[in-house]
Design a binder for this molecule. Structure first.
Ligand code: PEP
Length: 246
C-alpha cells in the first residue's frame, strides 16, 4: 500500500514572515491528513520553516539542490547544507528549472543519487510540453526522462516521482484524470522495466499541474496517482482542502 504524498511548491513566493505564518495557519488544518504532507519554501526560509514545522506532521522540502558537496558554484546550495538544517525532501528537475536554468536529465540523475545518499527524499519531476503531447510524443518524453534521470539508483523505492505536464503547470488547465493516470502509469512501467515489479509497486508517483480543491479527490482516486505536487493552490490556507481531500 503506497502512502499518498502531497507537496506544496511555493516557488519564489513568500518572505520569512509569510512563510512561517502560512505554516502556522495550515498546521491545525492538516494535522489529521492521511497523506504525507510537504511544504517547499524558498531556500532562505527553509530554516525558519523547519523550526515552525517541528512537532507537526509537516515535512519541509527544498526546491532544488546541487549534487556537489561544496565548491565554487556561486548561488548554489548543496544537499549536505539542506540536511544540516533539517530539510527532509528536495524537488529535483522541476520543469521551470529545466527550462530557465538548462537543467538536464544527467544533472537530475546526479542530484537524485546525491539526495538519496544523504537521506533526503527526492521528488523527481518529469513531463512533456504541449507540442510534444500534440505530436504524440508525450510517452517517449516521459519514459526518456525517467530512464535517464533515475538510472543507477540504489534506493529506488525511496524516490518520489512527480509527473507534471508542462502545459498544465500554472495554466489552470488540468490533465484529465485519465490522462494523468495514464502518464503516471508510464512512469511506473518504466521503473518496473528498470528495477522490477517490487520496486515499481512501492514508488510513489504524484501528479502535478493545476491541482486544486475541486479536482484533487478525483485525481487521487486513480490507480497510478499517489499524490500531488501543487504550485498555485498551495500558497493559501485553502491548500488544506487539497491535503485533506477525502
Ligand atoms: C508546479 O509548479 O509544480 C505546479 C504543479 O504548479 P501549479 O499547481 O500552479 O500548476
Amino acid at each position: 500500500m503506497r502512502r499518498p504524498i502531497i507537496a506544496g511548491n511555493w516557488k519564489m513566493h513568500k518572505d520569512a514572515k509569510e512563510t512561517t505564518a502560512l505554516i502556522e495557519a495550515l498546521t491545525p488544518l492538516v494535522k489529521d491528513a492521511k497523506a504525507e504532507v510537504v511544504f517547499c519554501p524558498t531556500y532562505v526560509n527553509l530554516k525558519d520553516a523547519v523550526t515552525q514545522a517541528e512537532g507537526t506532521n509537516i515535512g519541509i522540502g527544498a526546491q532544488n539542490m546541487h549534487y556537489e558537496t561544496q565548491g565554487a558554484f556561486t548561488g548554489e546550495v548543496s544537499g549536505e547544507m539542506l540536511k544540516a538544517i533539517g530539510v527532509q525532501y528536495v524537488v529535483i528537475g522541476h520543469s521551470e528549472r529545466r527550462e530557465y536554468y538548462n537543467e538536464t536529465d544527467e544533472a537530475v540523475n546526479l542530484k537524485a543519487i546525491k539526495a538519496l545518499s544523504l537521506g533526503l527524499t527526492p521528488i523527481v519531476c518529469c513531463g512533456e510540453t504541449l507540442e510534444e503531447r500534440e505530436a504524440g510524443n508525450a510517452q517517449s518524453k516521459v519514459v526518456g526522462q525517467i530512464k535517464a534521470g533515475l538510472k543507477d539508483i540504489d534506493d529506488i523505492e525511496k524516490v518520489v516521482v512527480a509527473y507534471e505536464p508542462i502545459w498544465a503547470i500554472g495554466t489552470g488547465k488540468t490533465a484529465s484524470k485519465e490522462e494523468a493516470d495514464e502518464a503516471c502509469g508510464w512512469v511506473r512501467q518504466t521503473i518496473q522495466d528498470m528495477y522490477g515489479k517490487d520496486a515499481a509497486d512501492v514508488v510513489r508517483v504524484q501528479y502535478g499541474g493545476s491541482v486544486k480543491p475541486a479536482n484533487i479527490a478525483e485525481l487521487m482516486a486513480m490507480d497510478n496517482i499517489d499524490g500531488a505536487l501543487v504550485g498555485g493552490a498551495s500558497l493559501t490556507e485553502d491548500f488544506a482542502k487539497v491535503v485533506v481531500y477525502d
